[in-house]
Design a protein around this ligand. Structure first.
Ligand SMILES: [Zn+2]
Length: 474
């Protein structure tokens, strides 16, 4: 494991060289030898991993898609094919006469390959993938957590209430290990699903917490419910948002809400957790991009249709390769997440760290909908709809339904406005604005708070679901 102080300040050219070496070692020493899927794939296609010297050669290797990993009726243990097998006895660690002087014996420890913890991808788009963690991976997760806290500038003096939903996912456990490692006071509440909103808000108040972590939709709902619960968290100065789509609009609205409270500050920072990468990355300051761990994961950004690697700063799909992992390992895994700002290797203008950063918004490909309307087919970007709704101060909760109308597909937005808003005027204004922005037919109606809470499952799922495609069922 490398020193973060060193890795985060290395020259971009040295980071690239390090990644090339790690990639070559992962391909030749791990994947080609003990990864059931990739070993077979290299043989079938006549690919020589030794000839892949670095990221410039990566395009010679195929992508891995979620469907490649999911269990099949005739292959229920398929995800196991993505787990490294333990080394054989011939690779036993070498314990020479003076081995006690070395920190780690040479060779490979079988224990580093043994399953210790099972986590799952978020499963936003259907089935969740199991991701096996070994002792080696848990060590790396702890290291990733320390780095993540360093980028966030979270330290021992901070008191954190984490409202990320309890789940066997990297988002929850990285936060857990981070607070444990830096020794800060923390309540890992398990989110609304476990503790409920009122108790979470009371905890923020009673612990005099200065940091709250929550999914963006839940953070907004929480701050807008403070008056209802008659709670005023005056020590709160920072909110971390992640797990779900967290555009700038959501962060900025949270800042406005914090500004109107007695809160001690209005800082909002965003996190991007990626189960397949076995870690999450944070922004040092809003809008400065997610600071990746270049010695753990190699990030590529590719054209989602052609698969061609795009240039720095160009939008595309995020593709990851594990450079330092045991257990489940992926090579060129297409995440289904689109970065609108691309990847940059220029040092961060805010914190000066030199690690590659993912810029812009992280959109979900699963929220791009083909829309058939009277004027012809077009793409409805559900991420844009969410962004537009995050920006609206007057909306408390909402969801949208896609359905087949008389002349084509239509979008219906169901919402609950803030107290004091005229519901009819709000709906009329919103429908007109959304229609102009999204260029699809939009209607807008109001509903009761309980009905919306029940529909979107804000305290039932890891994150709420706000867009429902009902066209198939009609
Ligand atoms: Zn930075």
């Amino acid at each position: 494991m490398r020193s973060w102080t060193k890795v985060s300040r290395m020259a971009p050219s040295a980071i690239r060289k390090m990644q090339d070496q790690l990639l070559h070692a992962m391909l030749t020493e791990e994947l080609a030898r003990r990864h059931p899927h990739y070993r077979a794939l290299f043989q079938e296609r006549g690919l020589d991993p030794d000839r892949i010297k670095g990221r410039d050669d990566l395009a010679k290797l195929p992508f891995t898609e979620k469907a490649d990993v999911l269990p099949r009726p005739d292959d229920r243990l398929r995800p196991k094919r993505f787990v490294l097998e333990p080394p054989g006895p011939e690779e036993k660690p070498h314990r020479g006469l003076f081995s006690f002087l070395r920190r780690k014996p040479r060779g490979r420890e079988r224990a580093d390959y043994k399953l210790r913890s099972l986590m799952f991808t978020a499963g936003r788009t259907g089935k969740a993938l199991p991701i096996e963690y070994t002792r080696y991976d848990l060590d790396n997760l702890r290291e990733a957590a320390v780095r993540f806290f360093d980028v966030l500038d979270l330290a021992r003096d901070d008191t954190l209430v984490c409202a990320f939903t309890f789940a066997p996912g990297v988002h929850f456990w990285q936060m857990f290990h981070g607070t444990l490692a830096v020794g800060s006071t923390a309540l890992h509440s398990g989110g609304g699903k476990v503790l409920g909103l009122e108790k979470i808000l009371k905890a923020v108040n009673n612990l005099e917490a200065d940091v709250l972590a929550a999914a963006p939709g839940y953070a907004l709902f929480a701050l807008q419910s403070l008056r209802h619960f008659q709670i005023e968290p005056e020590y709160l100065k920072r909110i971390l948002i992640g797990i779900d789509y967290a555009p700038l609009e959501a962060a900025e609205r949270l800042q406005r809400l914090m500004g109107a409270m007695k809160a001690a500050g209005t800082a909002v920072q965003r996190c991007y957790f990626l189960s397949e990468a076995k870690s999450g990355w944070a922004e040092c300051a809003l809008g400065h991009g997610y600071h990746t761990n270049p010695d753990h994961v190699l990030v590529e950004v590719v054209d989602p249709d052609t698969g061609a690697v795009v240039g720095e700063g160009e939008p595309g799909e995020i593709v990851i390769t594990n450079l330092d992992a045991r257990g489940t390992v992926f090579l060129r895994f297409k995440t289904g997440d689109i970065t609108t700002g691309g990847l940059t290797t220029t040092p961060c203008p805010h914190c000066k760290r030199t690690v590659p950063r993912i810029l812009g918004e992280i959109e979900r490909k699963s929220l791009y909908f083909e829309f058939e309307s009277a004027g012809g087919g077009k793409l409805l970007n559900g991420n844009r709809l969410k962004r537009a709704m995050f920006a609206r101060n007057e909306v408390l909760l909402w969801y949208a339904e896609l359905f087949r109308g008389a002349t084509g597909d239509e979008l219906k937005v169901v919402l609950k406005g803030l107290p004091g808003e005229d519901p009819d005027a709000l709906c009329a204004k919103l429908a007109e604005e959304l229609q102009a922005e999204l260029e699809v037919p939009v209607t807008c109606v109001t509903s009761k708070l309980d009905a919306i809470i029940g529909k979107i499952g804000i305290e039932r799922f890891v994150t709420e679901q706000t867009i429902f495609d009902n066209r198939e069922r009609e």
